[in-house]
Design a binder for this molecule. Sequence first.
Ligand code: NAD
Length: 360
Amino acid sequence: MAYSIAVLPGDGIGPEIAAEAVKLIEALSEFGFEARIETGLIGGAAVDATGDPLPPETIALCDAADAILLAAVGGPKYDRLPRAQRPETGLLRLRAQYGFFANLRPALLYPELAEASSLKAEKVAGLDLLIVRELTGGIYFGQPRGIFTGEDGERYAVNTQRYSESEIRRIVRVAFEAARRRGRRVCSVDKANVLEVSELWREVVEAVHADYPDVELSHMLVDNAAMQLVREPKQFDVVVTGNLFGDILSDIAAMLTGSIGMLPSASLRSDAKGLYEPVHGSAPDIAGQGVANPLATLLSVAMMLRHSFDREDLAARIERAVGRVLADGLRCRDIARPGETVVGTVEMGEAVRRALHEVD
Ligand code: NAD
C-alpha cells in the first residue's frame, strides 16, 4: 500500500530543501517504502497565489494525507500584512487544525560537528536527547486569561496554568513510547515544589509509568533541568514536560548542538498522523542561492518514517546516511569550518541518497 504524504515547501529556502526531501522519499522505494507525494501551498507562497496563508485546497490535501512535511514559511515581504494573512498564521492554523499535542524535538549532535556547539566539545560530542513538549494545553491556552482593571483602578494580568489528567496521560505515554525506541529513560520536568499543576503532573506520570516498567523514570524540577542541560546534557535520554517549560528547554537543547540547519521536529497526536518540519525558518538571506542545508528536513523525513509509518529501519538508515556524509567531510556552508569541503543543497541531498546504500 502506498502512503500519502503532503509536502508543503512554503517560502524562502523552503522549496529548495523540500525538493531534496521529495527526492529522498522517492529513493526509499528501493527499500520497500512506497509513497504518493502531493505538494501544496502554505505561507507567503499561498498568500501570493490565493490571499490565504492556509488555503482550503491545502487543508483538503493534508486531510487526505497520512503525514505532512513542511519546509518553512515567512519572509520580509509579508511582515507588514495583517496578522490573519501572515505566513506564520498559516503554520499556527495548520498545527491547531489537527490537534498535534506532542512536539518532539531531538537534539542530536553528530560527533563531527561538536565544535559548532557553544559548549565544550567533550560535553556535547555524541549528544542524543529528545524533548517531548506538550503543545496544545497548559498556560498558553488556560482560561481565565487577560489584562483586567481591579476595583482599586490598578491593572492586573492573569494567565492560567491548567492540565487535565487525560492531557498529562497522553503526552507522557508519547514520551514512554519514544523512550522504548531509544535509551529507555524518561526524565519528567515540573515545578512540583511550588505548583499544584505539577503535583498532579507527577502523580499521573507515576501512574502511567506502571505500564512501562522497562523504562527508567526520574523527576526533575525545571530550574535544575535548565542547569543540568547546560552542565551535563548527555545525562538525558527523553525529557517530557508541559508547554511552557518545554518551550524554553527545547530551545536550550537546540542551541547545544549549535547548528540550526541540522535540527528536525515532529508534532504528533494519538494516531499515526503527524506534522514534520525542520526547526529553522525560511532563511530569506540565503534563499535561491542553492546553499541551504537540507539535513534538518531530511532528518524530519526520518522522524516521519519512525513515528507515522513505523519504519524504524528506514528512519535509522537515513540518520546513519547523514552521519556517513558528515564523517566523509561534506558540509553545507552553515556547518563548515575553514578548510572543510563545502557543498550546496542539491549535492548534500544527493550524497545522503547515495549513502543510504552504503550504511546498514
Ligand atoms: P531562520 O531560521 O530562517 O534563519 C536564521 C539564520 O540561520 C539565518 O542566518 C539563516 O540563513 C540560517 N539558516 C536557517 N536555516 C538554515 C539552513 N537550513 N541552512 C543554512 N542556514 C540556515 O530564522 P529568522 O531569520 O529569524 O527567520 C526568517 C523567517 O523565517 C521569518 O519570516 C520567520 O518568521 C520565519 N520562521 C519560520 C519558521 C517555520 O517555518 N517553522 C520558524 C522560524 C522562523
